[in-house]
Design a protein around this ligand. Sequence first.
Ligand code: SF4
Length: 113
Amino acid sequence: MDDPLQRYREAIAKQVHAICWDRNLNPESTVDTEAACRIERFLPHLVEAAKMVGPNKFAEFEAVVVEAVCPSCGGRDAHGVCQTREAAECCLYRYLPLAYEAICGVESGPAGL
Ligand code: SF4
């Protein structure tokens, strides 16, 4: 059975991974950035949130994603503060507008939202 997320994954690879600062282009490196990628890890939540809010509603999409993802990410401390986000080191948060654009771009196709 085809992976229903594959078309989103491909769009995000083109529009986000291709320009991602965190992407490790060193084939010798032991760091597997794809596996550590929060966008890949939480892709089902991102797609569900985009479908729920629809296109051209980034602020609503961001609010839904932060509520759905951050509590289960493990990045937040006991006060609910995420130091990774504060340091602008969360790839999911940094590339959220592009990820939303990529998902909506897939959705605006023939089988769209
Ligand atoms: S902002 Fe923090 S808690 Fe939310 S996904 Fe990024 S690292 Fe995780």
